[in-house]
Design a protein around this ligand. Structure first.
Ligand SMILES: NC(=O)c1ccc[n+]([C@@H]2O[C@H](COP(=O)([O-])OP(=O)(O)OC[C@H]3O[C@@H](n4cnc5c(N)ncnc54)[C@H](O)[C@@H]3O)[C@@H](O)[C@H]2O)c1
Length: 378
């Protein structure tokens, strides 16, 4: 029996494939559709959006997928997992409605816009006995998983520190509706931080305290594409965030997340140990080269791919959740996303207060993913 059977309160054998309904048919949905087309374990049955035309456009031409209202999707007997692809400000509301309808829920990142909202969601899920999963599932791909295996196999010795660097001059250049990136719940940290902080927790374990500093370069942004091109939108969140994370192991991670900096030549992620350093590929992707420089060498060696889902895309976390054995936590779990959200929110609180902030929640590292194809999820 899987976590999903438990979540659904069923003692029957798992139904395969797991039937998914998506709420939120915006920019990111196409990546999920592509993954679901390739996955045997997941079938999309319904889509919904506040804007019915968006749902209809997704369903059109897709056999077995119907466009419905949000209410009808939540009431549908054949929807086992609600995939929440709405904007961060709506993540909690949609998740709570799915949970109230007795559905397991898997959402895009961040888990919710605030830690308080996330507490409500996880408490409701616990009471209802439904599973909660959350992006990013990029960390289940070969890039981060090969790096994790290298660390776990002792290739860099005892880990000491890491750096995480993400710079872009802003998503408003390409996203047609970028408003959510510049309000609380967005910003470079809550938008891109989940990839980096989830990776750091996967590689180095939970975080016990943080120190942050943040700034806001501009009070408005100008949309660069789509029907609203040229429109100015307000900025009400910090757009450049830096910080230091102290892990329970004693390792220190240094973080830089910016919607202000134009570019960087720094690696997305580096991890340093007593006997070696690793360059870890972009955690917003599923693959990429992991490079090792052992102590005493001047060369960086590309490590062979040794762990993770191969050829994965956004949505592999849904299959992983559906395949999770009863009593075990899904790898891309709500609890992990909660810890990551607390780390991020605490960085912003610290940036305001100037004080180090303790992290109350903790989490075991999710179980490693053996090297396998996406249709072997489990
Ligand atoms: N765009 C990307 O490249 C990208 C990449 C990774 C993750 N994400 C994440 O995916 C999520 C969605 O991002 P997006 O870029 O697709 O946003 P988007 O604005 O393009 O689409 C969001 C959709 O959700 C709908 N929606 C909003 N509130 C709703 C509600 N209460 N009920 C039903 N529908 C609702 C909107 O009408 C819209 O169609 C965000 O959490 C984002 O962080 C986006």
């Amino acid at each position: 029996m899987t976590a999903l059977d438990t979540a659904a309160g069923s003692s029957a054998a798992p139904r395969t494939p797991t039937r998914v309904g998506i709420i939120g048919c915006g920019a990111i949905i196409q990546q999920y559709l592509t993954t679901f087309d390739a996955l045997n374990a997941v079938t999309l049955v319904a889509v919904a959006d506040l804007d019915p035309a968006r749902a209809e456009a997704v369903a059109e031409g897709r056999d077995g997928v119907r466009a419905v209202s949000v209410d009808d999707l939540l009431a549908a007997d054949d929807v086992e997992v609600v995939l929440n692809l709405t904007i961060p400000a709506a993540h909690a509301e949609v998740a709570l409605r799915a949970i109230a309808a007795g559905k397991a829920v898997y959402g895009e990142k961040p888990l919710t816009a605030t830690v308080d909202e996330a507490k409500t969601v996880l408490a409701a899920a616990k009471t209802a006995g439904v599973a909660v999963g959350c992006a990013p599932d990029t960390v289940l791909g070969t890039g981060i998983q090969t790096a994790r295996k290298a660390i776990d196999d002792g290739l860099i010795g005892s880990p000491i520190s890491a750096t995480a660097t993400m710079t872009t001059p802003g998503h408003e250049r390409w996203h047609p509706n970028p408003d959510f990136y510049y309000v609380p719940g967005g910003g470079p940290l809550l938008d891109m931080g989940p990839y980096y902080v989830t990776s750091l927790v996967t590689l180095l374990g939970p975080v016990t305290s943080v120190i942050g500093a943040a700034s806001r370069t501009r009070s408005t942004r100008t949309i660069g594409s789509g029907p609203r091109e040229g429109e100015t939108i307000p900025v009400s969140t910090d757009s450049h965030v830096t910080g230091i994370l102290t892990h329970a192991s004693g390792a220190l991670s240094t973080l830089l997340m910016s919607f202000d900096a134009v570019g960087t030549k720094a690696a997305n992620l580096e991890v340093h140990g007593e006997t070696g350093s690793l360059v870890v590929p972009d955690p917003n992707r599923f693959d990429g080269d992991v490079q090792l420089r052992p102590l005493g060498s001047l060369e960086w060696d590309v490590l062979p791919v040794s762990a993770g889902y191969t050829d994965a895309g956004r949505g592999i976390g849904v299959a992983d959740l559906a395949a999770t054995p009863e009593g075990e936590s899904p790898r891309a779990s709500g609890a992990l996303a909660f810890h990551v959200l607390e780390v991020m929110e605490s960085l912003l609180i610290s940036a305001q207060s100037g004080q180090s902030e303790p992290i109350v929640s903790t989490i075991d590292r999710p179980s490693p993913v053996p090297l396998q194809g996406i249709n072997a999820a489990g």
